[in-house]
Design a protein around this ligand. Structure first.
Ligand SMILES: Cc1cc2nc3c(=O)[nH]c(=O)nc-3n(C[C@H](O)[C@H](O)[C@H](O)COP(=O)(O)OP(=O)(O)OC[C@H]3O[C@@H](n4cnc5c(N)ncnc54)[C@H](O)[C@@H]3O)c2cc1C
Length: 354
């Protein structure tokens, strides 16, 4: 029997929703599933660089078309409070500003964009495993929905289940190494007078050891988004380590007069980011990995949203090409697209920082 869908997209974060949006706009019958419904909270700095703003505006995502502009970056030295910075240069489309948009709003709007383009969206659907043919090729998903286990088949499955999603883990086919994951935490706070830049802070120090990473304060309307991202240099990643690094960062931050009155207004939440993009491992027979699942995160900055959006577009183009030519492997086109787009130095940068 012919499947009701040409493609299944797992995960409706920026990567998955934009993949579904591009596929649906090309007339592909696409099913988008997520274990959550939207809007939902996601640990993030909420920072959209001009690169992200460009892509989102071109897609017609409303939250990227207004809001107080973030005009550049400022880098602070936590040891003496000195700083340097620069304004953003114009992108190819002429965008010269970033934005801060909380992820409950951003992800909901991209997902709504996918639905408006014709994608079918199933919330509260947790994917448990890929379905495989006898030759090992992926031909759909097994998922839990409405208390039942269901199987859904499609020629191509695009996996955007985030940094540590179970489907991505199975398809990558190897355990994570120390350099694959960066850790990040964030919370909201008040008590900072108006800022119009992405403020970054170095170095992060715990027990006199410099930790590879940075802290940030991003303007978010009448509050700020404050957080820290770093590679955990200890072999065992512990929640305690996260809290210690963050607490030390806050102590240093409050020594700078402009940030001395910071007062947290939300709990501290965190999540890992997957770095170390390796294009050959990002696709196989019947499947592709997109966004964080593929490690398409800038290892210098931890920026992931622009790359989630870009990899979604590349994956959708490769899947559409494969489907329209009547074969089920989008892997070659997608790997080629990733290799052309992103620097081959990314994986080694991630290794060097551990
Ligand atoms: C604290 C922190 C701060 C950050 N700050 C920034 C920033 O300021 N700017 C920036 O550009 N990037 C930032 N990033 C990175 C950015 O958040 C990610 O790169 C981005 O979310 C990747 O999008 P994604 O769609 O690949 O994954 P996600 O956004 O993680 O989405 C994955 C989706 O998959 C769903 N899912 C997972 N497993 C399953 C399953 N089994 N079945 C069904 N659904 C499933 C999840 O519910 C989720 O909706 C930050 C990350 C962290 C952790």
């Amino acid at each position: 029997m012919r499947s009701a869908f040409d493609a299944i997209v797992v995960g409706a974060g920026p990567a998955g929703s934009v993949t579904a949006l591009h596929l649906a706009r090309r007339g592909v019958r696409v099913l988008l599933v997520d274990r959550c419904d939207f809007p939902r909270e996601k640990a993030c700095g909420d920072g959209l660089t001009p690169r992200s703003v460009d892509i989102l505006r071109a897609l017609g995502i409303a939250c990227a078309c207004s809001g107080p502009p973030v005009v550049g970056i400022r880098l602070w030295d936590l040891r003496d409070g000195s700083r340097t910075g620069h304004g953003f240069r114009a992108t190819a489309r002429g965008t010269t500003h970033g934005l801060v948009v909380s992820r409950d709003v951003l992800d909901d709007q991209i997902c709504a964009g996918a639905r408006a383009a014709g994608a079918t969206f199933w919330p509260h659907t947790t994917v448990m495993a890929p379905l495989r043919r006898d030759d090992g090729a992926v031909c759909g998903i097994e998922a839990r929905r409405d208390g039942r286990t269901i199987a859904v088949r499609a020629p191509i499955t695009l996996v955007a289940d985030g940094a540590i999603g179970r489907l991505g883990r199975e398809l990558r086919g190897r355990a994570d190494s120390g350099s694959d994951l960066e850790l990040a935490v964030r919370q909201y706070a008040r008590g900072v007078s108006t800022i119009d830049r992405f403020e970054f802070f170095l170095p992060l120090v715990v027990e006199r050891r410099v930790i590879p990473g940075y802290g940030w304060v991003f303007p978010a309307g009448d509050r700020v988004n404050i957080g820290a991202a770093f590679y955990d240099p200890t072999p065992v990643r512990t929640p305690n380590m996260l809290r210690r690094v963050y607490a030390e960062f806050l102590r240093g931050l409050r020594d700078i007069p402009r940030f001395s009155a910071l007062e947290a207004t939300s709990p501290l939440i965190g999540a890992p980011l997957r770095v170390g993009l390796d294009p050959p491992r990002c696709a196989g027979e019947g499947w592709t990995l997109v966004g964080d699942a593929a490690g398409v995160v800038n290892p210098f900055t931890g920026e992931g949203i622009a790359y989630a959006l870009e990899s979604g577009e590349l994956a959708a183009a490769a899947a559409w090409e494969a489907l329209s030519q009547g074969h089920e492997s989008a892997s070659h086109g997608y790997r080629r697209g990733l290799t052309r787009r992103y620097p081959p130095t990314w994986p080694s940068v991630a290794c060097c920082r551990v």
